[in-house]
Design a protein around this ligand. Sequence first.
Ligand code: FES
Length: 154
Amino acid sequence: MFNETVLKEIDEIKARYPDERSALLPSLYIAQKEFGWLSPKAMLCVAQTLNLPEAMVRGTASFYAMFKHKPMGRHVIQLCTNIACMILGAEKLVGFLKTTYGLEPNKTTADGRFSLVIMECIGACGTAPAMLINTDFYDNLTEKKIEDILGKYK
Ligand code: FES
């Protein structure tokens, strides 16, 4: 079960809505933040906390790419390689991450520091290529800029 801090956070979210189902997405996000990913146990905790069927929680969690269903690195890099980013060098940046950090799509570095997820458009086409690290946004990426950015994440 969730600890008291997490339960309080979910209770505050539940209070904003007329029914508990409306609190599902933010509660899943909180569970992912707490456990690092949405394990079957984490989804069961969400279902029990919100009094929802476990199947509804799993079905919702599996629909959204932002929810992770396996253990991830401490920092999750979500790099866009869709058309605008691809034209402006995103594929080259994927190669750079592999060569420099040993980081491949859907994999985690051996030290558990980073995981890489390739994303479709993240809404920053005008300043492509773009990525998220956890919830931090970065754009106009170059190899040098990525190197500087990743240095901030230990
Ligand atoms: S194509 Fe990469 S942000 Fe839109």
